[in-house]
Design a protein around this ligand. Structure first.
Ligand SMILES: Nc1ncnc2c1ncn2[C@@H]1O[C@H](COP(=O)(O)OP(=O)(O)OP(=O)(O)O)[C@@H](O)[C@H]1O
Ligand SMILES: [Mg+2]
Length: 112
């Protein structure tokens, strides 16, 4: 089991969800957030002085999947969220120890 966290441009949420649904992935948590990625040193200087850069509105998607769905999910997100311009976002894949479905008490892959 893996947790896929994707931070994308907010305007890409709908198309990313459609791409995930095409890959049979419908369980999702979506959060609005702000963030900052790598930036050129130019954009972090104002009149030669280093400044704390503004945070930019982003959308965070969390998806827990069984291992076989990792590649389809990542491929779907990349294909839907990529413009080729800086700021397209990031995908982080992390191992998950356990998942419990509260209603049934199931755990592990069955509960995903
Ligand atoms: N290393 C990181 N840790 C935590 N959050 C990150 C990290 N890198 C990016 N993010 C989050 O992802 C958002 C989008 O990042 P972004 O696409 O700008 O990444 P990048 O590494 O700067 O790549 P690019 O050069 O394509 O812009 C950021 O606003 C931030 O919320
Ligand atoms: Mg960036």
């Amino acid at each position: 089991m893996k947790l896929i966290t994707a931070i994308i441009r907010p305007e890409h949420l709908d198309v990313v969800r459609e791409a995930l649904l095409q890959a049979d992935i419908d369980r999702i948590t979506v959060s609005r957030c702000t963030g900052h990625g790598q930036a050129s040193s130019e954009t972090e200087l104002y009149r030669g002085k280093k400044i704390t850069p503004d945070l930019i509105a982003k959308t965070k998607i969390d998806i827990v999947v069984n291992d076989v769905f990792v590649k389809p999910a990542v491929d779907a997100i990349v294909s839907a969220a990529r413009t080729g311009m800086v700021g397209d976002g990031k995908i982080i894949v992390s191992p998950i120890d356990e998942v419990y479905r509260i209603r049934t008490g199931e755990s592990g892959g069955e509960a995903v």
